[in-house]
Design a binder for this molecule. Sequence first.
Ligand code: NAP
Length: 256
Amino acid sequence: MTRLLLLGGTSEASQLAQRLAQDAIGAIFSYAGRTRAPASQPLPMRIGGFGGINGLAEYIRTKHISHVIDATHPFAAQISHNAIAACAQTNTPLLSYQRAPWQAGPDDAWCHVPDINAALAALPEPPARIFLAIGKQQLGVFARKPQHHYLVRLVDPPTTPLPLSNAQIVIARGPFTQPEDTALMRTHEITHIIAKNSGGAGAKAKLLAARTLGLPVIMVDRPDMAARDIRDSVEGVMDWLADHDVAPPSGALRGV
Ligand code: NAP
């Protein structure tokens, strides 16, 4: 019996959930439970961690999961690592579904770094004005270079004070546009941008704005991950499923 486990928390996962539901392919949607009211999905949902590799392997066994699709964020390395190990342990086919990373063009000035600490090290020593578009979890790292001014863009207002003294917060939810981000960077006299290579269209505007303004981007590359099958579109996932003997049941009507 087909029963997919779809590890979610991204727009890609939600799009895939729509398609699986339309095609009447049996699947369970899993959220980490980071947000108070996660968007509802057209699939049965479960919320919360599994309890590491062994917990996930146990879940796969007891729920008779036939395939795992990891559609978590490219920087959610722990759950992806756990999925690789648990699927190996249970001999369960695993696919990673993630958006393609951004690529620098000839007019871009990107400096690639492996992690946030390296991004901090790549900043100049003289005071500069930094646009931080990296979420909130790792902001504290930048307290080690207090000479800079930080413009921090967040989706939700922080519930505790920022760990940075010389910082200004902008609350905004993407997708963003190049003109908006160009104007934002001009207004705040930004000199450097720090970004994580998430990929996708909605957050790319800052990179296009940086190109327009000739500003350097310190790009945090995706975490290393063991080899696994990867697709970057819903159609690619459906092809992978077909290759693994998963198809809509006969009579399933798409788009109804
Ligand atoms: P993480 O560090 O890779 O995962 C930490 C732990 O959270 C995992 O070990 C697992 O707990 C649990 N977990 C993560 N995703 C889960 C899922 N889909 N279903 C059930 N448990 C899950 O992940 P993170 O960076 O904290 O991100 C958490 C969630 O937010 C992910 O689902 C991700 O897609 C989403 N997200 C992350 C980012 C980012 O920049 N990191 C951005 C946007 C969205 P157990 O070990 O107990 O199983």
